[in-house]
Write a new protein. Structure first.
Length: 106
């Protein structure tokens, strides 16, 4: 038997794209709690600056050299603030009232 005269069915590109879009539109978006980034609460700016000031005071570094680089809530009343002091990493714990609990190298 010869394969001459046998043709595979052809689909136009636009039909293929339309099929993919139709299938993709059937997929539901994940709910916020299923997304990879869930709610992360950062420390308010004033608390970050309180930590930066405390770190500068504790280390004797000029306060203009201390920068908050990240922060997060660690419990209902406490935030952790990560600081950069001229390339050296420090960590500060501060409560939601602005009381610094600790400042130390990270």
């Amino acid at each position: 038997m010869s394969a001459v005269g046998v043709r595979a069915p052809q689909i136009s590109v636009s039909a293929a794209v339309a099929s993919v879009l139709l299938i993709a539109s059937c997929v539901a978006a994940p709910t916020p709690d299923q997304m990879s980034r869930t709610k992360v609460e950062t420390a308010p700016a004033d608390l970050q600056l309180i930590c930066a000031s405390a770190a500068a005071k504790n280390s004797g570094v000029d306060s203009s050299k201390v920068l908050p680089v990240s922060s997060s809530r660690v419990d209902p009343k406490t935030f952790q603030v990560d600081l950069d002091m001229g390339g050296k990493k420090w960590r500060c714990l501060v409560d939601d009232q602005g009381n610094v609990q600790s400042v130390q190298p990270a």
